[in-house]
Design a protein around this ligand. Structure first.
Ligand code: ADQ
Length: 493
């Protein structure tokens, strides 16, 4: 659902020993096609759901091919070896517009990233957000048993946890992971219904963020906005309305094995066809940017830094190519549409300014690349530029490292990403808004000696592999087990 890496989903891990659900798919022309995106959150959730015979609840727009579903819109997946249930909540166009493109992405997304000037208030959006959260909460409650673990993903569900908590048995565990930053209290005060959102999130037994900074800001917002809440800063818990929420930082990792494997198998013919498709010289030094086309990702600032680098370094003209893949996202929102136009026109202007016969400094594409194409590019890129203005974590930086199987390559990383907390010391750090400083780091990146590049990449690979998606899932579930045990203990005393 949606264009985000972390799709709007809620999962119920039904801890029963019951057999896997029977397939509802039939042979003949009624069939299910399963498309499993590699590397993302799906890669982590899929094995957990298979193991627990759980239910994955997600929204759809109702026109996809779900004709094999039962009356609750459930199908058993994967079709050839059914082991868990996928339930789709159909949302009308109006609901999608107001809930997803409205309150989620016109209010919460800009607000949590500190872009208060881009927050748009439209009359029905909050009400639709509440209604859709309620629909999800109802669907979850139909499946959840006393022993279940309910795990909600992201900012699309700030109100659902409390609704679920109020209905399910006390022994059901409710947890949520917030994939984007949590803003400062000064920014959060601009949030419509801010108190209700905080109360909603405090319906969780466990609330996860990527890094400590967001945990601290969340606790600070609760402390200031909810006088009835007791914040224990040492334990990082909040007690509110008789219930306790533990708030933890667990930086999300990537499926390192699959990026490593895809990079190794990408081969030279895959790379050659990519270089040919985008008209990139084989011998050039390649800088790479991979992002959703989103104003938080700092693409115009990156282009400005590349322009400055080219101004200062004529000797690199014809020798350095920057490849930017930017996947259009949330184009229904005018801010995104305008941002796309700005990026395209800047690429054109810079290419016109510096381009010479057979060489454009920037190769720009909005193509969505397959996993092996992406890994072939990651592996070939001499430097990876990750320069968001603000980013909850950023998986691209980690994917680049996991796919750098030759142990070489330089990561240029914004200090404003969650990923900087774990990778910053071995990357070349930039402040994305300091264009001169950014350009200096690009100069440094293209001239870093091989032994230093390799030393840094070696340490980066150890960190990314140690904190990969498997580690993240395990840590989340260790916390879930801990809060479950704590709840049982306090109920029985
Ligand atoms: P996003 O804002 O979507 O995620 P990010 O973490 O960078 O940001 O993930 C983007 C994903 O899209 C990556 O897996 C990347 O490979 C993929 N992608 C981008 N362009 C692509 C292209 N052209 N072709 C193929 N794939 C492409 C949100 C938060 C982040 C947080 C994640 C996970 O905003 O801060 O890291 O969730 O919690």
């Amino acid at each position: 659902a949606g264009d985000d890496q972390s799709a709007a989903t809620a999962t119920v891990e039904t801890r029963t020993d019951g057999a896997a659900p029977e397939p509802t798919a039939e042979s003949g022309d009624r069939s299910i096609t399963v498309d499993e995106p590699t590397g993302g959150l799906t890669a982590g959730l899929d094995p957990v759901l298979k193991q627990s015979a759980g239910t994955w609840i997600a929204w759809g727009d109702g026109d996809a091919d779900f004709d094999v579903a039962d009356e609750q819109n459930c199908v058993a997946v994967p079709p050839d070896d059914p082991s868990y249930t996928l339930q789709r909540i159909d949302l009308s166009d109006e609901a999608v517009d107001s809930y997803y493109y409205g309150f989620s992405n016109r209010v919460l997304w800009p607000l949590c990233h500190g872009f208060t000037d881009l927050v748009e208030h439209r009359s029905n959006d909050l009400e639709w957000y509440r209604t859709v959260n309620e629909r999800f909460a109802e669907a979850v409650c139909e499946h959840a048993t006393a022993d279940s673990v309910v795990w909600l993903q992201d900012y699309h569900f700030a109100l659902a946890s409390r609704m679920i908590r109020e209905t399910v048995p006390r022994s059901t565990t409710v947890a949520q992971f917030w994939h984007i930053p949590w803003p400062t209290a000064a920014t959060f005060q601009h949030c419509p219904a801010g108190r209700r959102l905080l109360e909603g999130l405090l319906g969780n037994d466990l609330l996860g963020f990527h890094v400590d900074r967001y945990v601290e800001r969340f606790l600070d917002c609760v402390d200031r906005s909810l006088p009835a809440a007791a914040v224990d800063w040492g334990q990082r818990t909040v007690t509110y309305d008789g219930e306790t929420t533990r708030v933890v930082a667990t930086p999300m990792g990537v499926d390192t094995e699959s990026y490593d494997r895809n990079a190794r198998s990408s081969g030279s013919s895959q790379l050659s066809s990519l270089l040919e498709r985008y008209d990139i010289e084989r011998e050039t030094v390649i800088g790479l940017g991979v992002d959703r086309l989103d104003y938080t990702k700092g693409i115009p600032e990156r282009l400005a830094a590349i322009e400055r680098f080219l101004e200062w370094n004529p000797s690199w003209h014809g020798e350095f190519t920057f490849v930017q893949t930017a996947t259009p996202s949330r184009t229904e929102i005018q801010t995104y549409e305008r941002h796309g136009e700005l990026v395209r026109s800047e690429v054109k202007r810079i290419n016109q300014r510096f381009g010479i016969q057979d060489w454009d400094p920037i190769v720009y594409t909005e193509d969505y690349l397959t996993a092996t194409e992406l890994c072939a590019l990651y592996r070939r890129a001499d430097l990876m530029v990750v320069s968001p203005l603000v980013d909850g974590m950023n998986l691209v930086a980690q994917e680049y490292v996991a796919a750098s199987v030759d142990g070489d390559g330089t990561l240029v990383l914004s200090q404003e990403t969650g990923a900087h907390e774990t990778l910053g010391s071995q990357a070349l750090t930039i402040d994305p808004t300091d264009i001169d400083g950014f350009a200096h780091q690009l100069e440094r990146a293209v001239s870093l000696p091989a032994h230093e590049r390799k030393r840094r990449m070696n340490t980066l690979r150890n960190r990314v592999f140690d904190g990969n998606l498997e580690w993240w899932m395990k840590t989340q579930f260790d916390w879930i087990r801990a809060v479950k045990t704590e709840r049982h203990r306090s109920d029985s005393t």
